[in-house]
Design a protein around this ligand. Structure first.
Ligand code: AMP
Ligand code: MG
Length: 489
């Protein structure tokens, strides 16, 4: 069977020694739970031939489409600051790469497909709840305009996995620009294998920054390109209140896509120190730490490239200088996006203070991050009550609102146009934790996919207000406090 999979497996072809060949585990009774037909079409696949039993067999790794070359990729990584020289795909298989009708190369990967030589103590499996969670949040991120891996399909395996409550086992089919991570470079750097790093760098440049291929200064420019993508990406996360939760170097891609939706979550009440992950007790990956951690991870990336420069060039000052510029690179993207959230298309010197004072106000009054910006567009239209009501005590935001109004009036566009632009960047519907849990519980415990599918529909248009969906816009009920997410998925 082929179903439109036109494999062209450059990773397997060009990088022997960077992976091991591997087959999926045998599963007793695969069943197709979800197929992302819109994505399938975008990829040039034929959804009809991917449905039912054929889809279940394929997306659980039981039947290989023609031309696939299943393999587990090697990588290393810093996890919570500590280095592991060998991680790798412990429960994932790269089936291969396809080139889409839009001429984009995409990895097709199964996650939860069984043990590999990289599994260490793990069972190589995934549970249905976390697989659905990755599907839902990843697709929401895509709709929010954030670079991300995508979810093509979910199958159950017909067996239960050893997690609390023995939930159904599942496999996620993930689509990515590539699965090359900072940790992939670290794997070879840890082995002092400069030839392999050079091979990997040239391969990755050809794949993600082809304009740099062959240039003498390509490794430095490549580093710049990766810095730039990560600065943009983390700024986007911050704009929408996304907390990745496990920003280890093996979970940071060279492509600039968000990857590995484990303990991630969206912040409800604005607070810079927000953490959801049960194991992140020190707050290393807290909301406001994400740009700093990105820079730290990129320093680890820079270290892997040092051996690639010729003897006359000392790369350390050059790489260091670029790394030192990361905070301002990031701050530029961040502020541009924050201006947009405030309805400001022009730039003034006082904008940074206006943004920061607004955020401080949200923190002080414990205001819902998403709703605050959404209600601010009503204020732009002249109806400020709903915004003010978020602050509890009367008059809290008045002074800031007056400053913001005075600033907004210096824009050249009419208020209605500004408010419309704000609604186009400030989402109304995000994957709020309590709604995510509701949907996953119904799916995992009661075999009821209806709440999940409905939520997926809502999240597909995050900026467009629709009748009857108020429930999805509300912050969590008071008894939902203390929400925690888990890594061991
Ligand atoms: P993650 O925290 O999901 O980014 O995974 C970190 C490392 O642990 C990677 O090498 C994964 O392949 C591996 N891993 C995570 N869960 C499992 C599992 N259930 N079985 C085997 N390996 C796993
Ligand atoms: Mg990972």
């Amino acid at each position: 069977m082929n179903a439109g999979f036109d494999f062209d497996n450059s990773y397997a072809r060009d990088l022997p020694g960077f992976f091991v060949d591997q087959q999926a585990a045998r599963f007793p009774a695969p069943g197709l739970v979800l197929l992302n037909t819109a994505l399938a079409q975008e990829l040039g696949l034929d959804p009809a031939s991917l449905s039912g039993q054929a889809g279940a067999a394929l997306f659980s790794g039981q039947a290989l489409p023609e031309g696939a070359h299943p393999l587990a990729q090697a990588y290393a990584g810093h996890q919570f600051g500590g280095f592991s020289p060998q991680l790798g795909d412990g429960r994932a298989l790269l089936l291969g790469e396809i080139v889409t009708p839009g001429a984009e190369r995409r990895d097709i990967q199964l996650k939860g497909s069984g043990r590999t030589p990289f599994s260490r103590g793990g069972d190589g499996k995934a549970a249905l709840g976390p697989v659905l969670r990755e599907y839902l949040i990843g697709e929401a991120m895509h709709a929010l305009g954030v670079p991300t891996t995508r979810a093509l399909a979910v199958t159950t395996t017909g067996e239960r996995v050893e997690r609390p409550g023995f939930p159904p086992g599942a496999v996620l089919t993930r689509v990515a620009a590539s699965h090359i991570r900072i940790g992939t470079f670290q794997f070879f750097a840890a082995r002092r294998d400069t030839d392999s790093i050079r091979k990997l760098a040239d391969y990755t440049i050809a794949r993600h920054d082809p304009a740099l291929s062959g240039a003498d200064d390509r490794y430095l420019k490549f580093f710049d390109a990766v810095l730039d993508r990560q600065a943009r990406l983390v700024a986007r996360w911050m704009h929408i209140g996304f907390i990745h939760g496990v920003m280890n170097t093996d979970n940071m891609t060279i492509s600039g896509e968000t990857i590995d939706y484990g303990p991630c979550a969206f912040m409800d009440t604005y607070h810079p120190e927000t953490v959801f992950s049960s194991i992140d007790t020190g707050g290393r990956y807290a909301y406001a730490r994400q740009p700093v951690i990105a820079q730290w991870n990129l320093a680890r990336f820079a270290e892997t490239l040092i051996g690639l420069f010729d003897a006359e060039t000392d790369p350390i000052p050059m790489l260091t200088e670029r790394l030192a510029d990361f905070p301002s690179l990031y701050a530029g993207y961040w502020l541009a996006g924050m201006r947009g959230k405030l309805g400001l298309a022009t730039e003034e010197a006082g904008d940074l203070d206006l943004v920061n004072d607004g955020l401080a106000l949200l923190e002080r009054h414990g205001v819902d991050y998403t709703l605050a910006f959404r209600r601010l567009s009503d204020a732009m239209r002249g109806e400020g009550d709903a915004f003010a009501a978020l602050f509890g005590d009367a008059g809290g935001p008045d002074e800031w609102l007056a400053r913001w109004r005075a600033r907004a009036e210096r824009e050249k566009t009419p208020p209605e146009a500004r408010a419309g632009a704000m609604d186009g960047v400030n989402p109304l519907y995000i994957p709020r934790n309590h709604k995510v849990e509701e949907a996953l519980e119904a799916a995992s415990d009661r075999n009821d996919m209806e709440p999940f599918e409905r939520f997926l529909d809502v999240l597909a248009k995050p900026f467009e207000q629709r009748e009857g969906l108020e429930d999805y816009t509300r912050p969590p009920p008071a008894d939902f406090a203390g929400y925690q997410t888990f890594c061991g998925t």
